[in-house]
Design a protein around this ligand. Structure first.
Ligand code: URA
Ligand code: SF4
Length: 215
């Protein structure tokens, strides 16, 4: 992969965007090669007035087909956990670090592949623009890819989850959120041997976010 093939998303991000403007512009993005094998771009979804941004990794198979984040199995776990934690779904804007589905074929199946650091870097201008438009009160980091995207490669979700932290100064945004809450990715619940325990942990962490929103 030569550098010209992965120029990064910056040149596709409009100057003074709205959320709708970002969604339209992202359909043109060729910031890295992931657009080639994906069905469509999956930008964030939710209301501008939502106070909470939920940040995942990348769209999965279902999200790639439907063009919306968290509409597959992990999304159903997330919806249930938000409900149990007392967070209104309308108060959330859901998006991902990387906006195209990265996968490899196994027979007829499309198997999720974790995005590389280079994909995260290439796609970062979209997230920066979403946060600049959105100005959320809090950001929930779902899993390791989201955590590393914000805090760097040494981030370990197991060490940091459930604790409110500050937005890191190394990631520049005009209006940083008041707090960040790392937690487990909902798909980790589906992969876990002890699903109930991992799910309960996710709900407990989201309750921390719920209380922080209640102020
Ligand atoms: N997993 C993610 O990280 N994001 C989605 O949108 C769906 C599954
Ligand atoms: Fe652009 Fe991000 Fe898609 Fe790469 S993954 S083409 S940078 S939107």
């Amino acid at each position: 992969m030569v550098a010209e093939e992965r120029p990064g998303a910056e040149r596709w991000v409009p100057g003074k965007p709205t959320l709708a403007g970002l969604r339209a512009a992202a359909t043109e993005c060729r910031g890295c090669e992931l657009y080639r094998d994906a069905t469509q771009v999956v930008m964030g979804a939710g209301l501008r007035r939502a106070r909470l941004v939920l940040l995942g990794e990348q769209p999965g198979d279902q999200e790639d087909r439907h063009g919306k984040p968290f509409v597959g199995p992990a999304g159903r776990v997330l919806d249930r956990a938000l409900d149990e934690a007392g967070i209104d779904p309308a108060d959330t804007y859901r998006t991902n670090v990387v906006k195209h589905f990265r996968w490899r074929a196994r027979g007829k199946q499309r198997i999720h592949q974790t995005p590389q650091q280079a994909h995260v870097t290439a796609c970062a201008p979209w997230l920066a623009a979403e946060l600049a438009v959105h100005r959320p009160v809090g950001v929930v980091l779902l899993g390791g890819t989201a955590g590393k995207a914000i805090y760097g490669s040494s981030f370990r979700v197991g060490e940091r989850r459930g604790q409110l932290t500050d937005w890191p100064t190394r990631v520049e945004v005009d209006h940083p959120p008041d707090w960040v809450l790392p937690t487990t990715h909902p798909s980790a619940v589906l992969r876990a041997e002890d699903r109930d325990a991992v799910y309960d942990g996710l709900v407990a962490d989201l309750r921390v976010a719920s209380r922080a929103l209640a102020g």
